[in-house]
Design a protein around this ligand. Sequence first.
Ligand SMILES: C[S@@+](CC[C@H](N)C(=O)[O-])C[C@H]1O[C@@H](n2cnc3c(N)ncnc32)[C@H](O)[C@@H]1O
Length: 223
Amino acid sequence: MTVVAVGPGDPQMLTLRGRQAIEDADLVVGFKTVLNVVEQWVKQGELCPMSYRDQEEVLDYVQEQVRQGKSCVVCAWGDLNVSAKELLERVHRRAEHVELVPGVSSIQFACARAGIYMEDSLFITLHKRADTGSDLDELLHHLIQGMRNIILLPRPFDLMPALIGANLIEAGIPNARPVIVYQRLTLDGEQSWQGTLGELAASTEEYSDLSILVFLRPNQEPD
Ligand SMILES: C[S@@+](CC[C@H](N)C(=O)[O-])C[C@H]1O[C@@H](n2cnc3c(N)ncnc32)[C@H](O)[C@@H]1O
């Protein structure tokens, strides 16, 4: 099995290596939105769309096909080392050898749009099924420390930007703390919004499930 990271939405951000693997595969598996990005590169392979509900069954089917000698590509959104652990673990449970083809992450685009560097930044994801309590504690800790930019993935749809803003204010972060929200990076309708935590908490906007929050390090020294 091969896992190919397809990039943050724009099909042009798929790597050449990833595209080759998809073209050569007998089966191409992924969530429907992910397959939409790469469908145009599927030549001969069977498309196996999955949803959160049936992913275990679809991956079981794929495992059986691999046992019978077929080659399979599982597609992952963005990069595969960024908030894709649950999917990767499901694949690893089903194959002894998994080839990984990394790609471009949405958080790289957030860095590029914000003009910040990964080495000055910290990445926290709330986009997981597991309990996010300790992630929120860490977020609070690092916001107070102010040593790094913080790139934060919300969780659709129960831990979205406005609620995160309200929770942080309740936990003592000042209303005036600046924050940026990027939505649908590289896709039609891409948006960026810049304001304060207070404004974010008060906003009634419906944020896309493709949203990223960036908190710039306070008093950034100019390079
Ligand atoms: C399960 S995580 C997967 C991240 C992915 N592996 C990556 O590297 O971009 C999905 C979350 O990533 C963020 N995301 C992914 N693509 C995005 C995009 N094009 N624009 C904004 N946020 C995006 C959103 O926070 C979304 O809820």
